[in-house]
Design a protein around this ligand. Structure first.
Ligand code: MTE
Ligand code: MO
Length: 488
């Protein structure tokens, strides 16, 4: 696939901004369908196509946007639709493929099945033959190399990690005033086991610079000609710690839409860092920045090529800023810690995730009845990026009074979510507002609400999450409240 950055935008349309859907109807550039036939997922697809997908209950977060396609429809050449391939998703756009978990029930379990794991694509899912795919290693290395999938899988160690993948834009729908882009509610998060090759071994094998001052700039191979390369710069410290080239997801090959045949996996960090259809890794002594990585005249002419997704997008930008300030490097990577260091980092980068929790039962708008013992067990999940979750509290009265939840289930390192339960004693009949809030090992706790744009916040202050132009990073617990009805 071409890595050229010289092509013009085919239709002269605006460069896609932020984590927003590209709605342009540019030409298909690959045959997605043939890809599915060759990637080993078709057997699963057949099963899914037979399922009904009545998952969305009343549980759609009350969003005004796309309804799930209710009628299973085949594409021209009989590939099952995105909805049929992923019956647990509410589809936000069929192409590029974007969808989120349709029901809160996804957050009542530990492992998220592939059919319920959100998909976030800027460009259509590409058609890739595994046997023809290479990942190149370039830049500050002893010797540059093209690695086949065979080498990636079998010339190095194999690792597995549980990781809560979450889109930076999850919860964007709750921002007021509304911000543009895919209107994700709660569902752009999932917890899965990823298997692959530690990137550190590959870098060491080929003599790369691996000190803390370096960055690994990683690029997706799927961009249509003239579009920005999906490119991210990961600090070397994190790369050497636990980042891997993942090719299996929950014990099956990563699905086409989730990055087949290989993606970068950055445990605990926002989804955007986990570059899918990985084609190139480039060792640098700064983040990707500057003319060398942009078209001449960028960004005015909309040809931002390699820098766009790292420097312009995925930044916390308050209303008063015209654009994010670009940096060659920053002193801390924890997103919440960056937000606090506004003297040094004007606009936080979406790297390590902030603490968050979601109730999985009861679901939104659900009517539930107490057990014979007169209790209701509220369950959910909590995570805090690559930091451990220390505590979860639950309130059954909209945040006035709180009690401690208890953890249960597996704990596979910090980057996977923890399950929690809270036994609600003697719930009264009628409507209730349930909320949960997590505190991480750094002592950071989820704030209550999203701020007003006028407040121009850059960090979490006074129990408020900073409203920002692209709606990134929302972890305000009132936004995630579950209204339910208890039966007599
Ligand atoms: N090459 C490439 N990688 C990508 C993207 C993309 O559009 N292209 N989207 C990113 C974003 S914004 C997210 S949130 C995650 C989503 O991963 P998933 O679709 O497997 O859930 O992939 C990331 N990796
Ligand atoms: Mo994302």
């Amino acid at each position: 696939m071409s890595r050229s950055n010289t092509a013009n935008t085919a239709e002269g349309d605006e460069t896609v901004d932020d984590d927003r859907a590209s709605t342009s109807t540019r030409d298909r550039f690959v045959n997605r369908r043939r890809f599915l036939m060759t990637s080993g997922v078709l057997a699963g697809v057949g099963v899914l196509a037979g399922c009904s997908q009545n998952q969305s209950e009343s549980d759609d977060g009350g969003t005004p946007t796309a309804e799930p396609e209710s009628t299973p429809e085949a594409d021209e050449d009989d590939e099952p639709s995105l909805q049929n391939r992923y019956p647990g998703l509410r589809i936000l756009s069929p192409e590029p493929e974007n969808g989120e978990a349709a029901a809160r029930a996804t957050y009542g379990d530990y492992i998220t099945p592939r059919e319920e794991h959100y998909i976030r694509n800027h460009y259509p899912t590409p058609s890739i033959e595994e046997s023809e795919w290479n990942v190149s290693l370039t830049g500050l290395v002893g010797s540059e190399v093209d690695l086949s999938m065979e080498e990636i899988k079998h010339s190095f160690s194999t690792e597995s990690v549980t990781h809560t993948m979450q889109c930076s834009g999850n919860g964007r729908n709750y921002f007021e005033p509304q911000v543009g882009g895919n209107q994700w509610t709660f569902g752009a998060a999932g917890n899965t086991v990823w298997t692959g090759t530690p990137v550190s071994e590959i870098l060491e094998q080929y003599g790369a610079e691996t000190g803390d001052e370096y960055f690994l700039t990683v690029m997706g191979g799927e961009h249509p000609d003239g579009e920005d390369v999906f490119c991210r710069s990961i600090p070397m410290q994190k790369v050497m710690d636990d980042t891997m080239l993942a090719y299996n997801m929950n014990g099956s090959p990563v699905s086409p839409d989730h990055g087949f045949p290989v993606r970068l996996l950055v445990p605990g960090w926002y989804g955007c860092n986990n570059v899918k259809w990985l084609s190139r890794m480039h060792v640098m002594d700064t983040m990707v920045i500057g003319d060398e990585w942009e078209e001449p005249g960028a960004p005015e002419n909309g040809q931002r090529t390699y820098t766009h997704w790292q420097q312009y997008s995925y930044r916390v930008v308050p209303e008063e800023d015209t654009r994010a300030t670009h940096y060659e490097e920053i002193p801390v990577y924890d997103t919440r810690e960056q937000m606090e260091q506004t003297d040094e980092i004007a606009n936080a980068y979406m790297f390590d995730q902030v603490e968050k929790s979601l109730i999985g039962y009861p679901g939104l708008g659900q009517t539930v009845s107490p057990s014979p013992a007169g209790t209701i067990e509220i369950i959910g999940v909590a995570w805090a990026g690559d930091d451990a979750v220390e505590a979860v509290e639950v309130s059954t009265d909209g945040g006035d009074n709180w009690g401690d939840a208890e953890f249960f289930g597996p704990m596979d390192g910090a980057s996977g979510w923890r399950q929690f339960r809270y036994v609600w004693e003697n719930p009264s009949a009628g409507e209730h507002t349930l909320v949960s809030r997590a505190t991480d090992e750094r002592g950071y706790t989820q704030p209550a609400t999203i701020s007003n744009p006028d407040d121009q916040l850059r960090s979490i202050e006074d129990d408020q999450y900073p409203w920002n132009q692209s709606g990134y990073g929302c972890n305000a617990y009132m936004a995630e409240a579950v209204n339910c009805t208890v039966e007599e």
